[in-house]
Design a protein. Structure first.
Length: 233
């Protein structure tokens, strides 16, 4: 028996092309952005029926999205209240910034020692995009590019395990960062502090790079805790 080896005319690949974004993914992005931008305030109830109407999606998708946001720490499911926008406590914020300070300081120091100018050039490109995002008043882009700055830092330092810890907190970090980036002069002071990290890396000064990274996080922590204290009163 002979086998048919010729391909059917007009078929070049059997690969099934996946749609770029599913409705669930788009809804998740919209809800996450709405919480980060404080369209939904901390502590506000998230009523499924209301969300279905606003978003134009099914209750099944809304429930899946709320469960995902709960896993990220942006939504809390409270007894007798249901889903609400999570509120970050002062203690939680302190722990998040302490973790950031330790791991980002470590990565910056290693990056300075191992890579120097090569890594500094890559970080400077991202830092320029952060400045441009601030100038354009695009807070969503500021968050995205700041995350990319630190992803690049950890990648250049080859601190994969440390980055996995930080990236697991990215959404909660951005929740806090969405507050701090809107404070007075943060659009200038934040990038200037990050430029000190880049400069120390460029000069292969491990101690200065680690100190600059830790100082930047400490300043952000002070601002965030001040804001959280005022919101709590």
């Amino acid at each position: 028996m002979s086998t048919i080896s010729a391909k059917a005319p007009g078929i070049t690949s059997l690969r099934v092309e996946r749609p770029q974004r599913t409705l669930r993914e788009l809804t998740l992005e919209k809800m996450r952005e709405s919480i980060l931008e404080r369209y939904f305030a901390p502590g506000e109830r998230l009523v499924e029926r209301d969300l279905c109407e606003r978003l134009g999606v099914s209750r099944t998708i809304v429930r899946e999205v709320l469960r995902h946001l709960e896993s990220e720490g942006l939504v809390a499911n409270l007894p007798q209240r249901g889903p609400v926008v999570a509120e970050t406590s002062l203690e939680e914020a302190k722990q998040i910034y302490d973790i950031r300070g330790s791991l980002e300081g470590l990565a910056a120091g290693i990056c300075a020692e191992r890579k120097g100018p090569e890594a500094a050039d890559r970080l400077e490109i991202v830092l320029q995009r952060i400045r441009q995002a601030y100038a354009a008043g695009d807070s969503r882009l500021v968050l995205a590019e700041t995350t990319e700055f630190y992803r690049t830092l950890f990648a250049e330092a080859e601190c994969d395990v440390a980055w996995s810890i930080v990236s697991s907190l990215t959404v909660r970090i951005n929740h806090l960062r969405s507050m701090t980036i809107k404070t007075a002069r943060r659009d200038v002071e934040g990038p200037d502090q990050m430029s000190r990290i880049v400069a120390a890396i460029r000069h292969r000064d491990r101690d200065a790079a680690a100190t600059a990274a830790a100082t930047h996080v400490a300043n952000a922590s002070r601002i965030a805790q001040g804001l959280l204290s005022r919101h709590a009163t």
